[in-house]
Design a protein around this ligand. Structure first.
Ligand code: PEP
Length: 255
């Protein structure tokens, strides 16, 4: 591990997606209550609930080590955008971060890299950390395009306002999300090394310190192997973040 990397505190972030009614806050409370017992090597821990639960979860997490994030934001600070949420509103509701460019947003809502970049800029404007997602399709992996695709997304989705504290990059191979499939560890390491190189080339010292998360079917049984790879500075976890016991088992991969 390089000196710069060992200075990075890992982040394990849970993306609840469109899951969770008020009763699910009990799972988040169980995560919150377990964090003080994790010891000094513990990562930062965040839950990104659906927008309907964000303020309640932020209130429940106040004064604890549990951070709260949104799952998406609009690029504008306010205005006539029915159903959308501004980064400033997430901040106001208690969020510290927001996921932008998740592949489900890119697929379901046609979000292109330039839209993702505008959303990340909005997150920075509002004082939120932008968790910017990138990743290849199965077809792109099979045809050897992974590194090209990821580099193109990285360059086009990250705004110039990136710093090592206001941005996290999440590498999420689309074919690994929610499928139970994961890339070979050497393939994850290869992509993360390429992302690190590109971040360093563009952002210099900050690029050495930006957290690069792996996401895609992380679960208790594979967390230790994936999270110990070079340039993997944590995980973005979907399905396995919905149950406190599973999410905590992933977090404890750092124990
Ligand atoms: C995600 O949605 O960001 C994700 C990684 O999902 P899962 O862990 O369920 O594959």
């Amino acid at each position: 591990m390089s000196e710069a990397e060992s200075a990075i505190r890992p982040l394990v972030a849970g993306n609840w997606k469109m899951n969770g009614l008020a009763a699910a806050l009990g799972e988040a409370a169980a995560v919150r209550d377990a964090l003080p017992g994790l010891g000094t090597g513990a990562p930062s821990v965040m839950i990104c609930p659906p927008a309907t639960l964000l303020a309640a979860l932020a209130a429940a997490a106040k004064g604890s080590n549990l951070e709260v994030g949104g799952q998406d934001c609009h690029a504008a600070a306010s205005g006539a955008h029915t159903g959308d949420i501004a980064a400033e509103m997430l901040k106001d509701a208690g969020a510290a971060a927001v996921i932008v460019g998740h592949s489900e947003r890119r697929a379901d809502h046609g979000e292109l890299d330039r839209v993702v970049r505008a959303k990340a800029t909005a997150a920075h404007r509002a004082g939120l950390t932008a968790i910017i997602c990138i990743g290849e399709t199965k077809g792109q992996r099979l045809t050897g395009l992974t590194l090209d695709v990821v580099d193109r997304q990285l360059k086009a989705s990250l705004p110039d306002s990136v710093s090592c504290t206001n941005t996290v990059v999440a590498y999420e191979p689309i074919w690994a999300i929610g499928t139970g499939l994961t890339p070979e560890p050497r393939d994850v390491a290869e992509v993360h090394a390429a992302i690190r190189k590109s971040l360093e080339a563009r952002f210099g010292e900050a690029g050495r310190r930006i957290r690069i998360l792996y996401g895609g079917s992380v679960k208790p049984s594979n967390a230790k192997e994936l999270l110990s790879l070079p340039n993997v500075n944590g995980a973005l976890v979907g399905g396995a973040s919905l149950k406190a016991a599973d999410f905590l088992a992933i977090i404890r991969a750092y124990a």
